[in-house]
Design a binder for this molecule. Sequence first.
Ligand code: IVH
Length: 694
Amino acid sequence: MTTPGAVIVDAAAYAQAVEDAVKASAAYYAGGTSVLDDDAYDRLVRGIAAWEAGHPDQVLPDSPTGKVAGGAVEGDVPHTVAMLSLDNVFSPEEFTAWSASLARRTGHEVERFSVEPKLDGLAIAARYSHGRLRQLITRGDGTAGEDVSHAIGTIEGLPDQLAEPVTVEVRGEVLMTTAQFEQANEVRTAHGGQPFANPRGAAAGTLRAKERTYTVPMTFFGYSLLPLPDTETALAARLGGNAHSELMTQAAAYGVNTTATTAVPGTTADSVEQVLARVREIAALRPDLPFGIDGIVIKADLAADQQAAGSGSRAPRWAIAYKLPAVEKITRLLEVEWNVGRTGVIAPRAVLEPVEIDGATITYATLHNPADITRRDLRLGDHVMVHRAGDVIPRIEAPVAHLRTGDEQPIVFPEVCPRCGAGIDTSEQRWRCAMGRNCHLVAALSYAAGRDQLDIEGLGATRIVQLVDAGLVADLADLFTLTREQLLSLERMGDTSTDNLITAIAAAKAQPLSRVLCALGVRGTGRSMSRRIARHFATMDNIRAADAEAMQQVEGIGTEKAPSIVAELAELTPLINKLAATGVNMTEPGATPPTPAADGPDSSMEQEKAGGPLAGMTVVVTGAMTGVLENLSRNQMNELIERAGGRSSSSVSKKTTLVVAGEGAGSKRAKAEGLGIRLATPDEFATLVADFLK
Ligand code: IVH
């Protein structure tokens, strides 16, 4: 096999590259079992095209260049109008050049563009006769496709019956959402099948499988609407003359799903600049979408412009795909590590053969829990599809099962806690050491003493190890009864450091409830959730009196989380009592407890109650803080935001109202700009919340 991306030096290397590309593309369209990820395939085809440009007389008939689907597939149902592919651009400059060439071709600037996500699935033509769905055809080689009508009824967004009795063809993309993909692999492996490597492959394989004892749902998004030979004349004329954006509105009115239902609806733009702004917006939203996109499709919106531009044999000249960097690569799973966290949870983590995805080298990926590993049938040595988008932690999508050699080894689950050797509580999906937070006491105490929790200066991990080893501390509360003599007995503890530590520990007793709660390390509650719980209930007694239903009144706590938080607080009762007895503060300053009459999730109420200059706002802080905010940690910034009535968040999304961007702000600032979110400098923000700065 050739190395994708390597320069082709001679005719033999060229022939090999063509053979590899044909094989990969055939596999891709047949069921997504290509041995090359999209990026590697694209590089291979670019290499082939480059060689062909210099040797036009030696182009092989099999070459994938200039062909729909790389020439890999055929079918026997002719398309009434060719189902074309799209040409690609990869940068604003290339897009600008493309739009200029389009203007030259049509003799005028394109009047209006439509801009929509490029959905990462497979193209399908759905033929409706008098409003009834009669036939589904794949794109095939563009002229004829395969009949996959057996899938009718399993594709969400493609109704059996349209809202009007029209005869039309709807074209669009069939894909699996992330949730549908998870479900598909679960069902498939439960039936003894091999998991699909990624949602696209899963959709391709599922669509073409004629006989299956089970069905897995897929989703359709329409991106074109055209007449069929027996479409009523008036309607045919209308469809032929309408702008693309109008056709999409019409398709939606018929009941067909379009991008209009998503966070990245198709829009129109009047200029190249507007198009590029929308491209940035869609790119910024990509990591949060519940389905895969691999670019943005830009089309001349008006039918007249499309007709003037015309089409080539492979792609229309009036549309282009603006490709985004690949977020998936194939690499190998080398090892699985089992790490015990500070709460005793035993979490598996995948060690990968390093792979570069969108500029970052990935060596680890999350594996959620043992059940997840079993469900995906992962094995050591497997080739795996790794997904990484934006700032999100990389994850293994699935093994690439057909690349198995038989040498893969089962992943061995620990039988005892890998840290302390105690038993493992496997009653929940996330396994936990039977010793709970006492297993990794040093980690639990280091976290509790950390600057965002109790902020005990001078109490680092080394000191904590000494205290634990000396038997002076067996839980968090023991810290607060340490005596001067006990501390002095430790190695490298002089008078001054002892006095300082005693003072720091005494000061920690006065920390607000939110920080005390956070220090306890209740699973599923980090810093911001601890603040929300503390603000909502105001006192530890109120928190402990809350049942699951009362706990759910806190914003962000759902039916699943509430009972586990309540149960864990019950488990922590002895420790909380012990802490209270040592004089640790158990109230949240400035918070008022909920009144019995106040029911329903509290977000709006709480916000009103809070008032303040940031009431109703969701604020994200990024980059280095300067001026009066210079010494505030991220956590202190978040506390400040919440004191001032706002909601703090660590990630920018459409819900963000303000981004405080300091020096060195990177991707979050870019994302905010892409989404048109208000930005503030640290100084501007400090002025806004001046009354709430301590
Ligand atoms: S328009 C003649 N719009 O991308 C116009 N295609 O790489 C051709 N695709 O074959 C298609 N999202 O399968 C169009 N919003 C979108 C799309 C889209 C995904 C697919 C489609 C096409 C392929 C080309």
